[in-house]
Write a protein that binds this ligand. Sequence first.
Ligand SMILES: NC(=O)c1ccc[n+]([C@@H]2O[C@H](COP(=O)([O-])OP(=O)(O)OC[C@H]3O[C@@H](n4cnc5c(N)ncnc54)[C@H](OP(=O)(O)O)[C@@H]3O)[C@@H](O)[C@H]2O)c1
Length: 281
Amino acid sequence: MKKSPILIVGKNGKTGARVDQRLQALGYATRAVSRSTTPVFDWDNPATWRSAIKGTTTAYVTYQPDLAVADAEPAIKEFVRIAAESGLKHIVLLSGRGEQGAQRAEEVLKASGLSWNIVRASWFYQNFSESFMLEGILAGELVLPAGDTVEPFIDADDIADVVVAVLTRPGHTNKLYEVTGPRALSFAECIQEISDALGRAVKYTRVPIDGYINAMREDGAPEDLQWLLRELFTVVFDGRNCNVMPGVEEALGRPATDFKTYLQKTIESGVWNAVMQRESA
Ligand SMILES: NC(=O)c1ccc[n+]([C@@H]2O[C@H](COP(=O)([O-])OP(=O)(O)OC[C@H]3O[C@@H](n4cnc5c(N)ncnc54)[C@H](OP(=O)(O)O)[C@@H]3O)[C@@H](O)[C@H]2O)c1
């Protein structure tokens, strides 16, 4: 009998795309979905969920925009209900460290009757190269409302490796892996390492949270995004997540990838070329 595809909710995401690519390379059939795929999957439109899930028995699930938001818990509750009804048996949920909303979503999954894994991650290295911080780096100055608090940022490639391991190898059922990188760094330290690796000046500037959110509002950012960024940079980034955790080693039997290795890969990808070209011109 043909094996059912593995559902990936978050096809174009920083981890979803990596999980999809790895599973396909291993010969697994996948169904990677988001708002721009057929079938469509939109977290804001539960009517799209059932047809995306149909015919799958295992799923990797990333919620948008973040499990910290108030809508996340009811959405995960409804998702697991529909998933169970549709014959899905196992869900791997990407979660975030230190977020009350994320922990409520984790509890929903654990109580669902489905088998599960939770991959509870620190902030991704790839926020510097594939997300909202890229623009600042290309401009030569990253401006954020974060001070000296350190964060053990993690490589999204490590998260994808952990997800693929729990999806494809035995011995992981109903386990939570709290995954971080091997070193806790402040934003200023990350930018210094990026600047050193590029051999070009990139600076970090801290601004007060209210000024940062006001600037977002003036740029037309939606209210829920303003709320999320305030929550992330005040509550979640208050130092509660500064410790390094062993989840990558526990799941994979190898250490987590260092920030310096990420820097080399990212320089080779060319995504920061504009910094080097501008300043060497
Ligand atoms: N970034 C981090 O440092 C970090 C750390 C820990 C945990 N997390 C968790 O990781 C998850 C992903 O966060 P991320 O910021 O890294 O995003 P991401 O994985 O980069 O995902 C972005 C993609 O999500 C899709 N998307 C956006 N809105 C959607 C919706 N309403 N329904 C379905 N798909 C939607 C979009 O693709 P389409 O346009 O095709 O829909 C977009 O390309 C979140 O749950 C977050 O809490 C992130």
